[in-house]
Write a protein that binds this ligand. Structure first.
Ligand SMILES: Nc1ncnc2c1ncn2[C@@H]1O[C@H](COP(=O)(O)OP(=O)(O)OP(=O)(O)O)[C@@H](O)[C@H]1O
Length: 251
């Protein structure tokens, strides 16, 4: 890593303005599993409304970071906040603000899509009179109308991914966390998913992971590179004409 690339990484990872509460803030966050350090003193701010891409090979700590944010894991050290709320102390409030799509999203295979979404709405604490409207909103938003009465087990991979995204959006969360959202999709479905993610930016903050450079490049406003649990750098995509060279300079 050169001095100038370190400078650039520090500049692009600069804290957000003091007046603005970041959507996500990690300060010295570590996660250890026994002797394995999955996340090593991660410090990072993610701004409201941006699409932020986490890039890194398998095992670099991307999923661990997302699971910490979703409250499925507790950090071993450091402080992690979502909209200023502590993920450990204020975990319930944090969960209300987050929609999480894990890499293989559980869809309750025996349920029909509409039933599944209504079930998830109730699980997220939506009052009964609001459930039908919330389901209709996400069915419309994700173009699931054609499959709403189908059992989730009968869905194609593309529709499955959209149904997983719909359940994550059912409570209209500020922040969406998508673990490898284009994994296993065919080229057309990848393009659709990319457009969908871009259309969510602004109203939602999106944190997505991928190990495919071109995916992150085409979708994200900023991108971070992780390796062995460490953050190697952060770049603004618009300032990065050659993501591949930057990535290679870091890893
Ligand atoms: N429950 C666990 N117990 C022990 N080690 C774990 C556990 N979960 C993850 N790890 C280890 O932590 C490290 C980071 O894994 P993580 O899944 O966060 O990486 P990743 O970048 O998301 O990879 P992938 O793309 O394969 O999901 C790896 O070395 C992994 O083996």
């Amino acid at each position: 890593m050169t001095i100038s690339s370190i400078d650039a990484a520090l500049r692009d990872n600069a804290p957000t303005r003091a007046t603005e509460i970041p959507a996500i803030s990690a300060v010295g966050v570590s996660k250890r599993y026994g002797s394995v350090t999955a996340l090593d003193r991660l410090t990072l701010d993610i701004r409201r409304g941006e699409v932020f891409g986490l890039l890194g090979p398998n095992g670099s700590g991307k999923t661990t970071f997302m699971r910490l944010l979703a409250g499925y894991l507790l950090p071993s050290a450091g402080r992690l906040t979502v909209a200023g709320l502590d993920t450990v102390r204020d975990s319930l409030a944090v969960r209300r603000r987050i929609g999480y799509v894990p890499e293989s999203a559980p869809l309750y295979r025996q349920m029909r899509v509409g039933e599944f979404l209504a079930f998830m709405a109730r699980l997220r604490g939506l009052p009964e009179p609001a459930v039908a409207a919330a389901v209709e909103r996400v069915v419309d938003r994700l173009a699931l109308g054609a499959v709403v009465n189908k059992p989730t087990r009968a869905l194609s991979r593309g529709y499955r991914q959209r149904a997983a995204l719909a359940q994550a959006l059912i409570h209209d969360p500020d922040i969406l966390i998508l673990d490898e959202p284009t994994n296993g999709l065919d080229p057309r479905q990848i393009i659709e998913m990319r457009e969908l993610i871009r259309s969510l930016a602004g109203h939602h903050t999106v944190l997505m992971s991928s190990h495919v450079l071109s995916e992150v490049e085409k979708t994200s406003d900023r991108v971070a590179v992780m390796l062995d649990g460490r953050l190697l750098g952060v770049q603004v995509m618009a300032d990065t004409p050659d993501l591949e060279s930057w990535f290679l300079s870091l890893t």
